[in-house]
Write a protein that binds this ligand. Structure first.
Ligand code: FAD
Length: 388
């Protein structure tokens, strides 16, 4: 049995401890704030396999299959619902691009199809069909509750003996050559250290700071925090906009009905580089901009009261694909998930546990595609489609 430290108590750090414990490993999980306090509890709940490249499609096809079994596996209601994603085209060129994406997705078993606006209106009763020519519709995409999902993972992990610590900040490492031998951490003002056999950096926007603690350059994995915001309306009757609905050419604007209370969550690519890693201040330009898009997508929303606005980080690499893999001898990373870390967590959690514990995994994760050292080599992947 090895002792593995996981840094970051969001969903990407929260899934591997359970998987590692199932493989018989001893795990200590560090979260400097409270669990989920980073991007995870701020996310828009969306889960999709509709990507535009083979690596992300195959990974998400597998992740959706894991999501389908997760409630049973973890024994908790996480409110996973396959309510679909509907992308909407506003030009003939976009319809052609949708068709090419659909062919690629179908090749890997993702059942997306092109639909007309009558069918789209049946799926989303409040949709304004007039501006759109066609939709890319995958009924197997969906949504889940991020709070319930993370807590379910952590509950089961703790049951298997995982030592999961909140308000405990990792502040450094002890190393012998390239190997990390101990993690130093601070809790309640007290500094301690614990000997470990391996470390997983799952600190997302903060990951470059953790890399620096391991003696690497902060820029080796260039992750930049962008403030991504959402607003939510008062609850609407269920069934009005259950899928995530997005016309990508409208600045990646989207709406999705919250699976819990029926409020409509509205997002858009109106982003700001975060002024610091505590810059969660919502902005007025976003509020105005997102509501203009939302009302154009679904006109009845003009009568819905907005009850919340909040901000979180899209932790972005230069190609918007995460960095996943081994960085040093026993130091691993899974970070920089942009707008798709929540949906990828079941697959990535399992893959990282396999890699760290056994040196391999059956998860169809293309390690080369996500190779953390690709930026240093000047290799960028095609940009992953970013929205939630
Ligand atoms: P985080 O949840 O950010 O967790 C990292 C944790 O590391 C933090 O809790 C932080 O406190 C901790 N940490 C940092 N430094 C230290 C340290 N030194 N010691 C200990 N702990 C430390 N994704 C989707 O899949 N679908 C969506 O619909 C979606 N919508 C989104 C909407 C918004 C508004 C935002 C902001 C994001 C959205 N995302 C979505 C993206 C998704 O939320 C993230 O990709 C995902 O939550 C990343 O999880 P994580 O565990 O990597 O990071």
């Amino acid at each position: 049995m090895s002792k593995i430290a996981v840094i970051g108590g969001g969903v990407i750090g929260g899934a591997p401890p359970h998987e590692l414990a199932k493989l018989g490993e001893e795990v200590i999980l560090f979260e400097k704030n409270y669990f989920g306090s980073g991007s995870t509890f701020r996310c828009a709940t969306g889960i999709r396999a509709q990507f535009t490249d083979e690596a992300n499609i195959r990974l998400m096809k597998y992740s959706v299959e894991r999501w389908e079994k997760l409630e049973e596996e973890l024994g908790f209601d996480i409110n996973f619902k396959q309510t679909g994603y509907l992308f909407l085209a506003t030009s003939e060129e976009e319809v052609e691009a949708f068709k090419a994406n659909i062919r690629l997705q179908n090749r890997f078993g993702v059942p997306t199809r092109l639909i007309g606006m009558d069918e789209a209106r049946e799926i989303v009763p409040i949709l304004n069909t007039e501006p759109f020519l066609a939709g890319a519709w995958n009924p197997k995409d969906g949504k889940a509750n991020p709070f319930k999902t993370l807590f379910a993972y952590l509950f089961r992990a703790k049951e298997l003996g995982v030592d999961a610590r909140e308000h405990t900040e990792v502040i450094g490492f002890e190393q012998e050559g390239d190997a990390i031998t101990a993690v130093r951490f601070r809790s309640n003002g007290k500094v301690e250290s614990v000997r470990v056999d391996a470390v997983l950096n799952a600190a997302n926007a903060w990951a470059p700071l953790i890399n620096e603690m391991a003696g690497l350059s902060r820029d080796i994995i260039p992750i930049t925090a962008y403030k991504h915001q959402l607003v939510k309306t008062e609850p609407l009757e269920p069934g009005q906009a259950e899928p995530l609905v997005c016309p990508p050419s409208w600045n990646d604007a989207y709406i999705i009905q919250d699976g819990e209370d029926g409020g409509i969550i509205c997002g858009a690519g109106i982003e700001h580089k975060a002024k610091g890693l505590d810059d969660y201040e919502p902005t007025y330009d976003f509020l105005r901009g997102v509501l203009e898009y939302a009302v154009r997508i679904a006109p009845p929303l003009r009568y819905a009261h907005v009850v919340r606005q909040w901000a979180g980080f899209y932790a972005k690499t230069p190609d918007s694909n995460p960095a996943i893999g081994r960085l040093l001898d026993n130091f691993y990373i899974a970070a920089g998930f942009s707008g798709h870390g929540f949906m990828m967590a079941p697959a990535v959690g399992e893959a990282m546990a396999g890699l760290i514990s056994k040196g391999r995994s059956k998860v169809p994760l293309d390690w080369e595609w996500y190779d953390p050292y690709r930026f240093e080599r000047g290799e960028l992947r095609s940009s992953a489609f970013q929205i939630g």
